[in-house]
Design a protein around this ligand. Structure first.
Ligand code: PGA
Length: 252
C-alpha cells in the first residue's frame, strides 16, 4: 500500500526567519511518524536552508520548477542536477501559475518532467482545467491532453511521477472542488495512466486547490485521492499539520 503524500507549495513566500520557524514547527509536529510522506516545495534560494533544517527528519524538500535543459546558456534557469545537489526529492512541474504566467506548454512541461526523472527527482506534474474549460464541459479533454503529453514524452518512466490535479478555479480562491468532483477527475486520470503503464499503482494522484484543515479529510477519503498539494494552508504549521493528520487517518 502506498503512503499518502502531503506536499506544501510555498509559492513565492517565505523569508529566512519565517522558514526557520515554519520548518521547525512542521518537523516537531510530524515527529517520527512516517505513515504519511510530507514535503515542502520551496523557492530555490531557500533549498539550502530547508535542506539543513530537515536533516535527520522525515520531511522531504521539493523545488517549484526545473529547467528542461541540462546546462548552458539559459539565464535564470535551474537544472535538475543542481536541484539534486541540494537533496531535492520532488519538483513541481506545470503548475497552473507557470502555464498561465510563463507560457509553459504541455510539451515543455513534459520535457521538464523528463529532466527531473533523469536525475532521480520525482516530478509532481500539475494538471487542471480553468473555470472557462469546466463551464464549456471541457474538463476531461483538457486534463487528458495535459497528461497525454507527459505520458508520450516519458514512456515507461511514467510510473515514477506524481500527478497533482489542481482545478485552476480552486487555486487560492477558497473554492474547493467537491470530493465527488475531484474523485471524478482523479478516476479518469487513473484510467489514463493505467492504460500507459504496467505499474499504475506506484503513481500517486494528489488533489490541490484550497485544500485546508476543514476539507482535507473528505477529499482524502476518496478512493483515487492519494494526497494533497497545499498552497496557502502550507504556510501555517498548525493548518499544514492538521492536513497531515487527516492524511494519516485516511491512510491508503
Ligand atoms: P492553494 O494552492 O492551496 O492556495 O489553493 C494550491 C496550489 O497552487 O498548489
Amino acid at each position: 500500500m502506498k503512503k499518502k503524500l502531503i506536499a506544501g507549495n510555498w509559492k513565492m513566500n517565505g523569508s529566512a526567519a519565517a522558514n526557520d520557524a515554519l520548518v521547525r514547527a512542521v518537523i516537531a509536529g510530524i515527529a517520527d511518524d512516517s505513515s504519511c510522506a510530507v514535503a515542502v516545495c520551496v523557492p530555490a534560494p531557500y533549498l539550502a536552508q530547508v535542506q539543513m533544517l530537515r536533516a535527520g527528519s522525515a520531511l522531504e524538500v521539493g523545488a517549484q520548477d526545473v529547467s528542461a535543459h541540462d546546462k548552458g546558456a539559459f539565464t535564470g534557469e535551474v537544472s535538475a542536477a543542481m536541484l539534486k545537489e541540494f537533496g531535492v526529492r520532488y519538483v513541481l512541474v506545470g503548475h497552473s501559475e507557470r502555464r498561465q504566467f510563463h507560457g509553459e506548454t504541455d510539451v515543455l512541461v513534459a520535457d521538464k518532467a523528463k529532466a527531473a526523472l533523469a536525475q532521480g527527482i520525482t516530478p509532481i506534474v500539475c494538471v487542471g482545467e480553468t473555470l472557462a474549460d469546466r463551464e464549456a464541459g471541457k474538463t476531461e479533454e483538457v486534463v487528458k491532453r495535459q497528461m497525454a503529453a507527459v505520458i508520450h514524452t516519458n514512456g515507461h518512466c511514467i510510473s515514477e511521477i506524481v500527478v497533482a490535479y489542481e482545478p485552476v478555479w480552486a487555486i487560492g480562491t477558497g473554492k474547493t472542488a467537491t470530493p465527488e468532483q475531484a474523485q471524478q477527475v482523479h478516476a479518469l486520470l487513473r484510467a489514463q495512466l493505467t492504460a500507459a503503464t504496467a505499474h499504475p499503482d506506484r503513481i500517486s494522484i494528489l488533489y490541490g486547490g484550497s485544500m485546508n484543515a476543514a476539507n482535507a479529510a473528505s477529499l482524502l477519503a476518496q478512493p483515487d485521492i492519494d494526497g494533497g498539494l497545499i498552497g496557502g494552508a502550507s504556510l501555517k504549521a498548525p493548518d499544514f499539520l492538521q492536513i497531515i493528520a487527516a492524511a494519516r487517518a485516511a491512510r491508503v
